[in-house]
Design a binder for this molecule. Structure first.
Ligand code: EPU
Length: 451
């Protein structure tokens, strides 16, 4: 733990330009999809993050040859020799990511059975997998829960089904997509999640030969096909990382251009950013012309000076305000005049990180009530899932321990915004989802070093 610390000298505005690559929450799923093809797949712009390494390791264990392509960030997946892996080998990856659960459908199609280790991912509530297992059973899979993990089999193959999700879960929607594409017959999924990362996964599957219709009102219809081939795909950029740097610019009174950030996927964030008093400019991609160099597209975010304004927001499924955007933004909200309200409706326990901000001088109270918005499913279940942030507060340095990925980034932003020298422990967790974040901090002029 003592090696895993970043010493941050705060109080300097972040200034400069960084680039985001393929979205973590699409790239890892596209990698799993490669298992379904009978020819190699090629994925570009893959960030060097821990989640990618975990999926790469799991694919390798199952006989998928993963190699680096010619372009920086390109991975090539050859699924010619998909094979079973031993539970011991797979268990090395237990607790390191949530992605293994998405191997169920593809492995059942390819091998007729699957073993899934205990899942990991961020500790932001119980994070059950009941929707996933219910869906897999609907397709005809048998699920045997044992202490070491889940054993699944489908001796008679998988068949299309009609299924409605109790909540538009991102992971469960992906589970259904990755299973239904090669199941026999038609699958109709109701109350599906329609996040941009899901639509991009649908693009990947369509490139592989799948037939998927996205209807209105969160209904997705999948016509199973017997065979899929490999894909070539450049993923959508990481809108969570882009928003995280935008929030860092605002909280430190800085100016950060995020190359690769896309307006269409970030509209809800941009509206809130502007309501708080932040400014941004969308810089469109310009190809080189008449000897003039081209320009990569992105979004410039900055603090225009003066005071920020308080806002009320609630996190929600797409097209709502992403739950992963709230932790970085809350740091900026500690600098806004008045009372801001954040109602977290996606995860029941995603506000614990505010205690660390309070230890730095922020004034944040958390409540069990559904504040400021419509009642959500956590209102009557005794979870502290609403926050009131009173500002502006002068943040001072502190020793912080990172609890999970997004909260970790918010701790980092708070340390950068605070006066004095903070020690942020557990920073390696940030590498799960933010590529080269220490190099990016240096590019933005932050004063942070390993002791
Ligand atoms: N849920 C259930 N049962 C299930 C599945 C989900 O009750 O079987 C509940 C969850 O407990 C949660 C809600 O449904 O309350 C939404 O969960 P969802 O399944 O949508 O989340 P996920 O697929 O596990 C992905 C991202 C998260 C992101 C959420 C919401 C990945 C690898 N993770 O998680 O990202 O917050 O969707 O957009 O794609 C992150 O990147 O740091 C991260 C946590």
């Amino acid at each position: 733990m003592t090696d895993d610390v970043l010493v941050v000298h705060g109080g300097t505005p972040l200034e400069g330009r960084i680039r985001v690559r393929g979205a973590k929450n699409l790239v890892s799923k596209a990698m799993v999809a490669a298992l379904l093809g009978d020819t190699p797949s090629r994925l570009f712009d893959v960030p060097k993050i821990r989640d990618v390494e975990v999926v790469r390791g799991l694919l390798g264990l199952h006989g998928v040859k993963v190699t680096d392509g010619e372009e920086e960030g390109e991975l090539v997946f050859d699924p010619a020799n998909v094979e079973s892996a031993s539970t011991d080998q797979i268990n090395v990856h237990a607790g390191s990511s949530r992605i293994p659960i998405l191997f169920c459908g593809p492995l059942l199609h390819r091998l007729g059975h699957a073993f899934i280790p205990d899942l990991g991912g961020c500790h932001i509530g119980p994070r059950p997998i009941d929707f996933h297992l219910q869906a897999l059973r609907e397709f005809g899979a048998t699920v045997d829960k044992r202490p070491e993990g889940l054993h699944l089999s489908a001796p008679n193959g998988l068949r299309g089904t009609k299924f409605s999700l109790p909540y538009p879960s991102v992971g469960a929607t992906e589970q259904v997509l990755l299973t239904a594409v090669m199941a026999e017959g038609v699958t109709e999924l109701r109350n599906a999640a329609v996040e941009p990362e899901i639509l991009d996964l649908i693009c990947v599957l369509q490139k592989m030969g799948a037939i998927i219709k996205v209807h209105t009102d969160r209904v997705i219809e999948i016509q199973g096909v017997p065979k899929l081939h490999g894909y070539t795909h450049r993923p959508i950029p990481d809108r969570i990382e882009a928003a995280s740097w935008a929030a860092a610019a605002l909280a430190t009174r800085g100016h950060v251009e995020v190359l690769g950030a896309q307006q269409a996927d970030m509209m809800t964030f941009l509206n809130i950013f502007r309501s708080v008093g932040g400014e941004y400019e969308v810089t469109d991609l310009r190809p080189p012309r008449n000897g003039r160099p081209g320009q990569e597209g992105g979004i410039r975010f900055w603090h225009p000076g003066g005071e920020l304004k308080s806002v009320a927001l609630e996190t929600d499924v797409h097209p709502g305000f992403m739950t992963d955007w709230q932790q970085p933004l809350v740091v900026a909200l500690t600098q806004a005049r008045g009372l801001s309200i954040v109602h977290e409706t996606v995860y029941e326990q995603r506000l614990g990180y505010t205690e660390a901000l309070n230890s730095m001088g922020a004034n944040i109270q958390v409540y069990r009530d559904c504040l400021g918005g419509t009642p959500c499913r956590f209102g009557r279940r005794n979870f502290k899932h609403s926050a009131v942030i009173a500002g502006p507060s002068k943040l001072h340095a502190a020793d912080l321990v990172i609890p999970d990925l997004r909260a970790g980034f918010s701790h980092l932003i708070a340390a950068l915004a605070a006066e004095g020298t903070s020690r942020v422990y557990g920073v390696d967790l940030i590498n799960r989802g933010y590529e080269d974040f220490e190099a990016k901090l240096a590019d933005l002029g932050a004063h942070a070093e390993r002791p």
